[in-house]
Design a protein around this ligand. Structure first.
Ligand SMILES: Cc1ncc(C[n+]2csc(CCOP(=O)(O)OP(=O)(O)O)c2C)c(N)n1
Ligand SMILES: [Mg+2]
Length: 665
C-alpha cells in the first residue's frame, strides 16, 4: 500500500520542479504541471510499466502529453522515473539544444513518445498508437505460448485539445474501433489562455465522448486514490477507450494564480513561487528532491526493468521455439523488407500504362506482399486512391489482423494516426486521399517531418487534369506547399518505373522521414527510358530522361507532365530547337545530390524550362531563376481533362509554342 502522504509529497515534488524549472527559464507554463501533478504521480508511480533504460521496449506502456505546453510535467516524471534525463537537463529547460525543449520533442528526450504542442495532435497520435497496439497484439499475442504485448496507451489532454476538431475525428474513430488500450485523462480545469472555458465552450464533453462510444468516468483530479481507481477501471475496460474527466485546479497551490489563466503561460516569479511553496508546505531549496519522492518514482522504474528482463527471457524462448513467430516479429519491429524489393516491384510495373495512381496501387500491394510492416488506409477514397492492400481484410471493431484501415472522411485524424502508427514501432503506415485535401492534413504532416518518422501519405488526383470535379478539387499550390515543409520528401512519379522506385524508397530507403506520394487520376503519355538507364537514378530525384546532342535547353518535368514534355521536345526538334528532358520525381532528393551531379543533369550552360501542373514561380528554386516555368497559377476549371490541356496550352505543341516564343524573346 502506498501511503497517501507519500503520494502528496511526490505530487508536490513535481509542482516544485515545475515552479523552479519555469522560473529559471523565465518562460513556460507552470499551471498545467501544478494542476496535473497528482494525476502524473499516480500514472508514473503506480500504473504505467516502462523500462527507463530502454525507452523503445515494445511492450512498454505509452504516455502522451497532448497538452504539450505542460512539458515540465513530463520532464519531471522522466527524470524522477530514472530515464537518462538529469537534474541538470531540467535546469536547462527551454535552452538551446537542451533535452528539455519548450514543448516535448520526439527524438530529443528519452521517453518522449511524440512531439506535442499543436493542441489535439498528441491525442490523435495516441489513437494511432492504440490502433497500432491492437493490430500488433492481433499478430503476436497467443501465437507463441505467451502474450508479448500487454501494454496500454495513456495520455493527458486539456481543454484546448478537447476543442480542436482533430480530437473529435480521432475520438470518433477510436470509439468506433473499440480501442480499449486508450486511457485518457482530461485536465478539466475550465481555464484556457483567454480566460474561463465558458467564454467559448459549453458542450457536455462527457456526453460527447459517450456518443462516440467511449467509456467515461468522473473524478476529482486531486484525489489520487480516486484517480488511481479510475485509471485502473479504464485500463480494465477492454472494449472501449476511456476518458476520465478529471476536475483539476490549474496552478494548484499558488495563492494568487490558482484557477486563473495567469497560471497558464507565465512563470510564477520569485514572490509567488515562495508563497506557493509555503502553501504546499515545501521547505526545500530550488530543484531539491526529497529522498522519499525519488525512491517512490524510482521504484516504478525498477519494477519496469524487472518486467522487461522477464519479458526478454520469455521472448527469447518463444523465438527459439517458433521460427515463424520469430520471423514475423523481426519483420515488424525492424520494418524489414527483402534487399531485392526494387526488382520485385519493377517487375510488376515495367512498361505499365494508364494512370500513375493505378501503378501506385500495384506497387503498394507488391511491397506489402514482401513487407509485413506495411499497413494503411484511405479517408473514404480507397477505390479512387488505389490504396487497398490486396488479399487483406480491413481492420474492424473486434478484428485487427487486417492491414487495411477505413479512416472514414477524417483526413486530419488519418494523418495524425499515421504518425501514431509510425511512432508505435511495428509498422510503416500510409494514409491516402486526394492531393487537394492535403490541406486538411498539413499540421500532422508537418509534425511527421519535424519528428522524422516514416509516415507516408498517398495523394492521387494530383493536378487540374482530374478534370470535371473542378477547382474545389484541383490542386494548384499543393505540391509546392508540401515541398516547403523541411524533411518531407515529395514524389511525383512519371511512369511505372518511377512509381516503383519512389515507393521502394519511401518504404525502405534513406533516413527515416515522411514521404508524400503524388499520383495522377488520368492516363499518362507513355515514354521509354534510355538503354543505359539505371532505375536507381530515380532515387537521385532528377535525371536525364532523353538527351539530344547539342541540346541548348533542358525541359524539367514531373509526373504526368514528363510524357508530355518528351513529346514537346520531339515537336521542338522539328522546329530546330534541341532540348533534353529531365524527369524530376523528387525535388528534395535532387537537391540532396552533390553539385557535380546536379550540374551534369542541369548544366548552367543550358536554358531551363519547367513543366508541372501547379504553381510555377517556386521552380526558380530549382532552375536558379531566369527560366520559363509552365504550369498554372490560377484556380482550375471544371471540364474534361483533354479540354483543360488545350485551354492551358499545355499540349506538346502548346508547350513547344511557348518555348519557341520564349527563346525568340
Ligand atoms: C493548435 C494550437 N492552437 C493554439 C495553441 C496555443 N495555445 C497553447 S495552450 C493554449 C490554451 C490551452 O488551454 P488548455 O488546454 O485548457 O491548457 P491549460 O491552460 O488548462 O493548461 C493555446 C490556445 C496551440 N498550442 N496549438
Ligand atoms: Mg484548461
Amino acid at each position: 500500500m502506498i501511503d497517501q502522504s507519500l503520494r502528496t509529497l511526490a505530487a508536490n515534488t513535481i509542482r516544485a520542479l515545475a515552479i523552479d524549472g519555469v522560473n529559471r527559464a523565465n518562460s513556460g507554463h507552470p499551471g498545467a504541471p501544478m494542476g496535473l501533478a497528482d494525476i502524473a504521480t499516480v500514472l508514473f508511480g503506480e500504473i504505467m510499466r516502462f523500462d527507463p533504460d530502454d525507452p523503445r521496449w515494445p511492450d512498454r506502456d505509452r504516455f502522451v502529453l497532448s497538452n504539450g505546453h505542460g512539458s515540465m510535467l513530463l520532464y519531471s516524471m522522466l527524470h524522477l522515473s530514472g530515464y537518462a534525463l538529469s537534474l541538470d537537463d531540467l535546469k536547462k529547460f527551454r535552452q538551446l539544444h537542451s533535452k528539455t525543449p519548450g514543448h516535448p520533442e520526439y527524438g530529443m528526450t528519452p521517453g518522449v513518445e511524440t512531439t506535442t504542442g499543436p493542441l489535439g495532435q498528441g491525442f490523435a497520435n495516441a489513437v494511432g498508437m492504440a490502433l497500432g497496439a491492437r493490430m500488433a497484439k492481433a499478430r503476436f499475442n497467443g501465437k507463441a505460448g505467451f502474450d508479448p504485448l500487454t501494454h496500454n496507451v495513456y495520455g493527458i489532454l486539456g481543454d484546448g485539445c478537447i476543442m480542436e476538431g482533430i480530437s473529435s475525428e480521432a475520438a470518433s474513430l477510436a470509439g468506433h474501433l473499440g480501442l480499449g488500450e486508450l486511457v485518457f485523462l482530461y485536465d478539466d480545469n475550465e481555464i484556457t489562455i483567454d480566460g474561463k472555458t465558458s467564454i467559448a465552450m459549453s458542450e457536455d464533453v462527457e456526453k460527447r465522448f459517450q456518443a462516440y462510444g467511449w467509456h467515461t468516468l468522473n473524478v476529482d483530479g486531486h484525489d489520487q486514490l480516486a484517480v488511481k481507481q479510475a485509471i485502473e477501471a479504464g485500463r480494465d475496460e477492454r472494449d472501449k477507450p476511456t476518458l476520465i474527466l478529471a476536475k483539476t485546479h490549474i496552478g494548484f497551490g499558488s495563492p494568487n494564480r490558482q484557477d486563473s489563466s495567469k497560471a497558464h503561460g507565465e512563470p510564477l516569479g520569485d514572490k509567488e513561487a515562495q508563497l506557493s511553496k509555503e502553501k504546499l508546505g515545501w521547505t526545500l531549496a530550488p530543484f531539491e528532491i526529497p529522498n522519499e519522492a525519488r525512491a517512490f518514482f524510482a521504484a516504478a522504474g525498477d519494477r519496469g526493468r524487472a518486467a522487461h528482463a522477464e519479458w526478454t527471457q520469455k521472448m527469447d524462448a518463444a523465438k527459439a521455439s517458433n521460427a515463424e513467430f520469430a520471423a514475423s516479429w523481426e519483420a515488424h519491429w525492424n520494418l524489414a523488407a527483402p534487399a531485392d524489393l526494387d526488382r520485385v516491384v519493377l517487375d510488376k510495373l515495367k512498361g505499365a500504362k494508364g494512370a500513375t495512381r493505378a501503378m501506385s496501387g500495384t506497387a503498394l500491394s507488391a511491397i506489402a506482399s514482401k513487407m509485413p510492416a506495411l499497413i494503411g488506409g484511405s479517408a473514404d477514397l480507397a477505390g479512387s486512391n488505389k490504396s487497398e492492400i490486396k488479399d487483406s481484410p480491413h481492420v474492424a471493431k473486434g478484428s485487427y489482423a487486417g492491414r487495411n484501415i477505413h479512416y472514414g472522411v477524417r483526413e486530419h485524424a488519418m494523418a495524425a494516426m499515421t504518425n501514431g502508427l509510425a511512432l508505435y514501432g511495428a509498422f510503416v503506415p500510409f494514409g491516402a486521399t486526394f492531393l487537394t485535401f492535403a490541406d486538411y492534413m498539413r499540421p500532422s504532416i508537418r509534425l511527421s517531418a519535424l519528428m522524422k518518422i516514416r509516415a507516408i501519405q498517398v495523394f492521387t488526383h494530383d493536378s487540374v487534369y482530374l478534370g470535371e470535379d473542378g477547382p474545389t478539387h484541383q490542386p494548384i499550390e499543393h505540391a509546392w506547399a508540401l515541398r516547403l515543409i523541411p524533411n518531407l520528401t515529395v514524389w511525383r512519379p512519371a511512369d511505372g518505373v518511377e512509381t516503383a522506385m519512389a515507393w521502394v524508397y519511401a518504404t525502405t530507403q534513406g533516413e527515416p522521414g515522411p514521404h508524400a506520394m503524388l499520383f495522377s487520376r488520368q492516363n499518362i503519355d507513355p515514354f521509354t527510358h534510355r538503354e543505359d538507364f539505371d532505375p536507381s537514378d530515380v532515387w537521385r530525384g532528377g535525371y536525364v530522361l532523353v538527351d539530344r546532342p547539342g541540346a541548348k535547353i533542358a525541359i524539367v518535368a514531373t509526373g504526368s507532365e514528363v510524357g508530355t514534355a518528351v513529346l514537346a521536345a520531339i515537336e521542338l526538334e522539328k522546329r530546330g530547337v534541341l532540348a533534353r528532358v529531365v524527369s524530376m520525381p523528387s525535388v528534395e532528393r535532387f537537391k540532396a545530390q552533390d553539385r557535380a551531379y546536379r550540374e551534369n543533369v542541369l548544366p548552367a550552360s543550358m536554358k531551363k524550362v519547367t513543366v508541372e501542373l501547379g504553381r510555377t514561380d517556386p521552380w526558380a528554386m530549382v532552375t536558379g531563376g531566369g527560366g520559363l516555368h509552365l504550369g498554372i497559377d490560377t484556380f482550375g476549371d471544371s471540364a474534361p481533362y483533354e479540354v483543360l490541356q488545350e485551354h492551358l496550352r499545355l499540349t506538346p505543341s502548346g508547350i513547344a509554342d511557348s518555348v519557341v516564343g520564349w527563346l525568340a524573346g
